[in-house]
Design a protein around this ligand. Structure first.
Ligand SMILES: Cc1cc2nc3c(=O)[nH]c(=O)nc-3n(C[C@H](O)[C@H](O)[C@H](O)COP(=O)(O)OP(=O)(O)OC[C@H]3O[C@@H](n4cnc5c(N)ncnc54)[C@H](O)[C@@H]3O)c2cc1C
Length: 512
């Protein structure tokens, strides 16, 4: 029996109930027989496996925070069904709610220094909205509402897979049906699906995977052709026929926290999800063979507006951390007072401020969402998505030019720190400006892990791509501004200017 089967859904309107998981119950819930493949073997218990162990504990720490008397009020609230939940796990009904949600996201992200992209609050951007938007999914609306209740009351951790494997991008989805997730059959118990999705970040440590298509793919789907792929559902991670094929683990490769202080605990992993005749009960189906709904759910759910608030808040914390690294690194090298170095750090500070200001705009200037909810304004979210996915490349470049080669002036690993013969060498030659040799090595190992390690390389790829391919991000911004009438107003401005004059001179008296 899985965690989700055990849940008792509280009747609406009862007094507050707190069923939120603790760190321990979260870890326990992951030992459910899920099929994860790593290094040629099936993982027995993900929580104890060296590839996933510490990342699981980093997520568990977030759950413990929900029960911390010091943090509880800032992190949680009571939803309209009487369940205590994380503030972002339930819809916001005012700007003030959104401000408080951002604070809750902020508190969680600080616990991981912004280095885990898919903490449970990420998918809360979508799941929370089911409380108000469940009727969109009729005739499966009740499933959507029940999922909201399960999700919010326990604070479930849900990953999502929207992207098809990278092949035959030039063809219609139906032509790649043997690879992309599609329906095998359905019966009175549920549906059976086969196909792969790329990739599910953090999935090994989640309770369920949310399966759908992204905006670009959905736009290309056709009624009468793509019904078997027009599916939106949640699959319990222990579903028979659901397999996770893990990528290498940087956590497992980390020799020690000293060598890889971030990778050894924040490597959230990205697995390919393979469904092979995977059974999904009807209760977990939200859209079934409905192309129009599959196209429409993404925009109408408010997910887009909200995930950008979560991810921008996270990135702001990560940038704060990187500014801290940069300040300490330049001090250690004695370059901190150079004008160009200070200018570069100033630019990073401005980037952090810009991202934070965008989140401030998102929470203070929301638009109506589904039901009575409010969500960040669509166009601001779209702009934020483009800015944030560009930002990380610039951060990396700043580190490469400002700290230059300093992070590579290091030792081979923590064992060198324990070799008496190297003691004097490390203390003498590895020291920085006002920093002892051993402390300098420790510090620059952290810089290396953040910016140059395999873990860091994956972060670079993540920040650039997690929100969709570069063109799609820009196409969405244009499409949504067009739909919302902004573009008409912009061309109207030009038309107005053109109408001020003609071949005979000024039309308006003002300039005559
Ligand atoms: C570390 C990491 C973690 C991730 N985690 C998740 C996750 O948890 N869940 C999830 O769903 N996804 C996840 N992704 C996948 C991510 O969403 C995709 O990588 C991203 O959307 C870009 O899609 P793609 O890689 O398929 O590139 P593509 O969409 O194939 O794009 C590649 C290039 O081809 C161009 N192109 C593509 N299609 C067309 C077209 N029809 N016409 C013209 N040009 C086109 C694009 O503009 C781009 O330049 C993750 C990716 C990474 C790297």
């Amino acid at each position: 029996m899985t965690l989700m089967d055990e849940i008792v859904i509280n009747p609406e309107g009862t007094a507050e109930t707190n069923n939120l998981m603790t760190g321990d119950s979260y870890l326990e819930s992951l030992n459910d027989g899920r099929e994860i493949w790593f290094d040629g073997e099936r993982v027995k218990n993900v929580v104890e496996h060296p590839a996933f162990r510490n990342a699981a504990r980093s997520v568990a720490r977030l759950y413990d925070a929900l029960h911390d008397p010091e943090l509880k009020d800032d992190l949680t609230t009571v939803d309209k069904f009487g369940n205590r939940t994380h503030r972002f796990f339930t819809p916001s009904y005012s700007a003030d709610d959104l401000i408080k949600s951002r604070k809750a996201i902020n508190i969680w992200q600080r616990l991981n220094y912004g280095w885990m992209g898919r903490t449970p609050d990420y998918k809360a951007a979508f799941m929370a909205q089911l409380a108000e938007g469940h009727s969109f999914y009729e005739p499966y609306g009740e499933n959507a509402l029940n999922w909201y209740k399960k999700f919010a009351s326990q604070g479930l951790h849900i990953n999502h897979v929207l992207i098809d494997p990278p092949m035959n991008r030039g063809k219609g989805r139906a032509e790649v049906k043997d690879i992309y997730v599609s329906l095998d059959k359905s019966d009175d118990k549920g549906i059976y699906v086969t196909g792969a999705k790329m990739v599910a970040t953090g999935s090994a440590l989640t309770h369920a995977t949310f399966v759908a298509v992204n905006s670009g793919t959905a736009a290309r789907m056709e009624v009468g052709r793509d019904e078997d792929m027009a599916l939106v559902f949640l699959a319990d991670m222990s579903s028979p026929g659901l397999k996770l094929i893990s990528r290498p683990s940087y956590e497992m490769r980390a020799k020690s926290p000293f060598d890889a202080p971030l990778a050894s605990r924040f490597d959230e992993n990205d697995a390919v999800v393979v469904f092979e005749n995977c059974f999904v009960p009807w209760e977990d189906v939200l859209i079934f063979r409905d192309v129009e709904k599959t196209k429409g759910f993404y925009a109408s759910s408010g997910f887009f507006n909200r995930f950008n608030l979560q991810s921008a808040t996270r990135l702001a914390i990560k940038l704060e951390f990187c500014i801290g690294l940069m300040i300490k690194g330049t001090q250690a090298s004695g370059t901190n007072n150079f004008r160009g170095v200070q200018a570069a750090i100033g630019e990073m500070v401005a980037m952090r401020e810009t991202i934070w200001a965008m989140t401030t705009a998102m929470v203070n200037d929301p638009e109506p969402g589904i039901g009575n909810s409010v969500v960040p304004r669509l166009q601001t979210a779209a702009a934020c998505r483009i800015y944030t996915t560009n930002a990380w490349t610039q951060v990396r470049e700043t580190f490469e030019t400002v700290l230059a080669g300093a992070p590579s002036f290091t030792i081979s690993g923590v064992s060198d720190m324990h070799a008496p013969e190297l003691d004097h060498i490390i203390n003498t030659y590895y020291q920085g400006t006002n920093v002892e040799g051993r402390d300098r090595v420790k510090f620059f190992n952290l810089v290396w892990d953040a910016l140059y390690s395999e873990f860091a390389g994956r972060h670079g790829l993540y920040e650039r791509n997690y929100a969709g391919n570069k063109d799609q991000q820009r196409l969405d911004a244009l499409r949504w501004s067009t739909i919302r009438g902004d573009i008409n107003s912009y061309t109207g401005l030009v038309d107005q200017c053109l109408s001020d004059y003609d071949a005979n001179g000024w039309v308006h008296d003002r300039w005559k």
